[in-house]
Design a protein. Sequence first.
Lengths: 387, 151, 236
Amino acid sequence: MLSKVDGFIYPNEIELQWGILVVLYPYLTGLVAGAFILASLERVFKIKVLGPTYHLALITALAFLICAPLPLVAHLGKPGRFYEIMITPNGSSAMAIFGFVYLWYLMVVLLLEIWFDYRCDFVIWSREEKGVKRIIYKILTLGVSDISPKALKWDERLGYIITVIGIPSAFLLHGYVGFIFGSIKANPWWSTVLMPVIFLFSAMVSGIALVMVLYMIISYIRKVKIDMPCLDTIGKYLFYMLILDFSLESLDQVHRIYEAEESFDILKILVNGKLYITLFGMQITVGMLLPLIGLGAIQVFKIKAKIRKTIYLITGLMVLTGIFFMRWNVVIGGQLFSKSFHGFTNFKLGLIGSEGLFMTLLWILLPFCVLAFLLWLMPPWKKTLSD
Amino acid sequence: MPIQLKRLLPLFIIFIGLFLIVRHFLVPDTFGQYGHYRGDALIDNASRNLVHASKEDCHECHSDIQEKLENDMHASLSCLVCHGPGLMHVADPLAENIEKMSGRTFCGRCHQLNAARSTDMIYQIDIATHHTEKDNCIECHNPHEVWEGLE
Amino acid sequence: MAGAVTLSSMLDTFNVLLYAADPPEGEGPWWGVGIDISKCIGCGLCARACKVENQVPQEPFYYRTWVEQYTILKDGTTKVESPNGGIDGFDQSVEEKDIFKTFFVPKMCNHCAKSPCTQVCPVGATFESPDGVALVDDKYCIGCSYCVQACPYGCRYIHPEKKTADKCTLCYHRIKRGLDPACMEICPTGSRIYGDLNDKDSDLVRYLKENVTRILKPHLNTGAKLFYNALSQEVS
């Protein structure tokens, strides 16, 4: 380990404290926030053309939210004590918000919104299905089996209110993660006012891209025709969000380069050295520039539907990769250089172990398994009322 | 009130109530005593075991050496510098259980010629070439009276 | 009890923006540390004594205190090194003729009055004691490493066996018994001292009065209570 140190580092800095699991958590909650915002575009801002993806976006958000805390708890030194964050949260710590924001978002926003949305279907399915499924649906109705027009109107109204509350809640859910990094004055790579905003916008970008890709894949699996106006609208919003995100991240870097304060010299070496491939290659080129060109071309030129679909699929996957590396560059990059500004340590991603690549792939795979289960339990295409 | 809320509100109140009850049992007793932390943690930190003695412990029995050292170059040193943590010896003074460190490498830790050491602060020599016919510095330099018996 | 805790954590929220520990009003000590660079000879006995006293793991990357050597070369570059934290002492690594200036800098926890590390602990497992020492409650720490990230001076680490945060405690178990911290007991030149900032007759207050002192990274407003004398501007 010592041989990999470049220059001088404070002796305690040789091991990175936050590894790939802490890269994964903001990535997953970002997908949640982004998918939810896309859903709320349809519900609150009445962009009806997004209708086909509304339920998919909500259920995707739920699947990823359920799985998001798992890598976080796994990375703790003492995971058995994780409950302490709920019982004695320290009012001055951004991380302490996690317990309550997470619970609030899960219970009040997502679960309630999905319940209001699906309650009528749960009632109907609990009457139609047999066996275990029947019992599950009955429980999910929470005993409220009134599906008169008056009750359904209340479902609609309450669901709308929840969605409106959900938008700032989604901002808080992911914004606080950005604040966790942005408020650390000890680390000049992290400490910037823009950090929560950048995290939020890159979250929205990744969430929109995820729903877009999932919609295309699921439609392919189900062998149904993709609603092109819907897909085109998602692509348009992805394009606008990408522009915003790119502008914000560029602003952050231009400001840093211009002010060139004490930490600039070491950060310049960091960016041009250890972070070169992950920053310029993956985050910027693959994650932003190429998608911007692809999506921009669709906005400017008339392109056939078949090619548009291919572009959407490829750019969606590129964006998802790029945003992952954006989290990587923030978390890992911020720990690679010494706070003495005199040297670097290094990070090696192992294959096995709780912080290894295999475990990481498992954590990434898990939400998709949960999503598949939720789509089996609450299929959007079998809903009785089309909305 | 719509029927949905009539079902949901009690459920939420029960959930929050259960949470508060569980919390009451989980929060440690002395938490919040002096601030947002467990008050007993101060006691935990204060009651860890000692490993090093202190030079006052040594002076209790070895006042003759203490007197010699007071007027010597090594006056500012604690006995523990050359004699180690020493708690075992304080516990059982009659046994032969005290370290007595010496030798070129050990004395060189302080006295080896080094540009970062101020010559105002400390005498320095090149350990490798200084009187190579002698094995150990203490053959000529009594650590408690460094210049005695020389010149 | 639960009500009191809830209320105090609500009041804590108002302390969020300026997270400052309050020095006791005339009662009880308020500990600070002084390190005199002009007296440090880089013997490294302090770093070794600390590891022995506090059972710090012996691997070369867990230190509660360590010594750095700064060598400013004649071509203007600065070389910093800390071989094994300075535990085995230092050898001269650069030839005399290339050296413009060189000196040793011992480092340890600054026991900040407005410590960024205790500010960020999500559960309240690290704190500033009423007498001004930043401590860790290893029975409560969840090992999230947020405090390690927040310390600007690199003083903290996660203990490899306990999996909780660990750091210099100013040998709290020694100073509460009226003894000196291990590093200060062992320092042969008296470069390290500690004392009560509230006591105008203490060694530390006299040291502050008689010397030109400064703290590390003052622009971060950490309220550091480790006061260096003769600390050259190259040190970060």
